[in-house]
Design a protein around this ligand. Structure first.
Ligand SMILES: O=C(O)CCC(=O)C(=O)O
Ligand SMILES: [Fe+2]
Length: 219
């Protein structure tokens, strides 16, 4: 972000969990936002996610490649309009590989079932947040790639044993990359707070978007 007193630097938050500030330049952020707006439209567009316990997630979501629901993956928007999920574009899968290379200094191992084939896009407005959870519906152990656009949030990165402490709070700003793999892949994480009005004005987004890229390993 412009106007920082000190440049924010790449930080290893836990083994396999790396924060790369400002990974996406302004042009890339604009392109990604335009793509998210198109994906959010029906069919199989942005929806409110309900949990089996009767809860409602405050962040609304759209999926690509496979449709995530609480708690599994499907080929159609089973908890939405029932339409087929939109495909994962090859350029977004490639961005996932580039992100892993940027975070770890080496590209992911090639091989079967290593392509980023799922994207979950969460839109946070008002006081949307996300409780502590693990990304556990994938069968692959490939790192999760997280890209943020718009308002800054507090991203809470915890441990693999419980939702509680120890955890670290990291501010994710527009354009930031966060990758969690290896021993950190099963770590609990969440978004306790979004800071309204903190996104880059020229992006033209009210609220926050987060895109996670995942390898399903679901054949
Ligand atoms: O919004 C974020 O930064 C995290 C999103 C997340 O944890 C998820 O989609 O599973
Ligand atoms: Fe998650």
């Amino acid at each position: 972000m412009d106007g920082e007193l000190f440049p924010r630097e790449r930080a290893v938050i836990a083994p396999g969990a790396v924060h790369v500030p400002d990974w996406l330049g302004a042009a890339r952020q604009r392109e990604l936002l335009a793509a998210c707006r198109a994906w959010a439209r029906p069919p199989a567009g942005l929806r409110t996610v309900r949990t089996p316990g009767g809860g409602v997630m405050t962040a609304r979501q759209v999926c690509l490649g496979l449709h995530w629901y609480a708690y599994g993956y499907a080929r159609t928007a089973v908890d939405g309009d029932g339409e087929p999920v939109k495909p994962m574009p090859p350029w977004l899968a490639e961005l996932g590989r580039e992100a892993v290379a940027a975070a770890y200094g080496a590209p992911p191992e090639p091989g079967p079932d290593t392509a980023y084939d799922i994207a979950l896009i969460n839109f946070y407005d008002g006081d949307s947040r996300m409780g502590m959870h693990r990304d556990a519906e994938e069968r692959s152990t490939a790192p999760v790639v997280s890209l943020s656009l718009g308002d800054t949030c507090v991203f809470r990165f915890g441990n693999t044993a419980s939702r509680g402490r120890p955890y670290q709070d990291v501010e994710l700003c527009s354009g930031d990359l966060f990758v969690f793999g290896g021993p950190s892949r099963p770590a609990y994480h969440g978004v306790p707070k979004v800071l309204p009005g903190t996104g880059p004005r020229e992006l033209g987004l009210t609220g926050r978007l987060n895109i996670t890229l995942r390898v399903g390993g679901l054949g």
